[in-house]
Write a protein that binds this ligand. Structure first.
Ligand SMILES: Nc1ncnc2c1ncn2[C@@H]1O[C@H](COP(=O)(O)OP(=O)(O)OP(=O)(O)O)[C@@H](O)[C@H]1O
Ligand SMILES: [Mg+2]
Length: 254
């Protein structure tokens, strides 16, 4: 049997009297691309923030490749091979685009791997080119459009060469054409993981999205949460025809 990859057990988060998440348990396999969906306020971002230790769980446990990682500092979690993009993108606006990515490349994980990577700058350029914004490398981040900022956010995450990548609304605010581009890049990254001189197995992914029709095209499995609890888990086809999920969330969207 394959070694467990990400295992989330009984994760719970309360904010004062608010139960944001109650006893969430799920697993992600090494080769999976999983969607995490649910209505606004269901607890999706909170789930990612707890796994990456930006928020401390009220209770519950997270393990990665057999090791308990609950409560480790976020920098250590990144170094173990987990990266995440934020729902709200906050680059260093006054710095050039490439410098924003180079900051990620400086994490020990990225530095340690691959003697063939001559410089951090080359690595950052590879990540930018993979995301389709190589030509903007020297521009200050402040001039980027919303769509390009989303791509920069992805470049920063993949520059750490994660084995597991969390994406919080990667299509948020993008046009249909931009959404399709990013969706294709994510699938390509997952399958081949090759960009520039870098190539790896391709990360497992957990993607939070409200744009369901695009999401359902690229994920293998979907987890639905509602009011901080898991409502359903299944293949995209199972989820879009699940009566409870339709009532709670999907409505006529898909
Ligand atoms: N830092 C916080 N302090 C207090 N309440 C919070 C905090 N972060 C989140 N919440 C609350 O926890 C619940 C879950 O929020 P979360 O951001 O995880 O939802 P979400 O599923 O990501 O929603 P959306 O689709 O709108 O991004 C919400 O009721 C939210 O208001
Ligand atoms: Mg959210």
């Amino acid at each position: 049997m394959a070694e467990p990859f990400l295992v989330v057990e009984n994760l719970t988060k309360t904010f004062g009297g608010l139960h944001a998440l109650s006893d969430i348990s799920f697993e992600i396999k090494r080769d999976e691309m999983v969607g995490l969906i649910g209505p606004n306020g269901a607890g999706k971002t909170t789930t990612i923030r707890m796994i990456t230790s930006i928020l401390k769980p009220t209770s519950g446990q997270v393990s990665f490749k057999g090791e308990i990682i609950t409560g480790l500092p976020t920098a250590e979690i990144i170094n173990k091979g987990i990266a995440a993009t934020s729902q709200i993108v906050k680059p260093f606006r006054h710095l050039p685009v490439i410098s924003n990515v180079m900051v990620s490349c400086l994490c020990p994980r990225a530095k340690r791997k691959g003697e063939w990577v001559k410089t951090v700058e080359l690595r950052a350029k590879d990540a930018l080119e993979f995301c389709g914004i190589g030509d903007l490398a020297l521009e200050p981040a402040s001039v980027l459009s919303h769509g390009d900022l989303k791509r920069l956010e992805l470049a920063r995450a993949i520059a750490t060469e994660p084995e597991l990548l969390f994406l919080d609304e990667p299509f948020g605010g993008l046009s249909p054409a931009e959404t399709t581009l990013i969706a294709k890049s994510l699938k390509r990254l997952h399958k081949g993981g090759r960009f520039g001189r870098l190539h790896s197995e391709g990360p497992a992914m957990l993607i939070v999205e409200h744009k369901l029709s695009e999401l359902m095209k690229i994920v293998d499995r979907v987890i639905v949460i509602n009011f901080g609890e898991i409502l359903a888990v299944g293949t995209p086809d199972e989820i879009i025809s699940n009566k409870e999920v339709i009532e709670a969330y999907i409505g006529k969207e898909v």
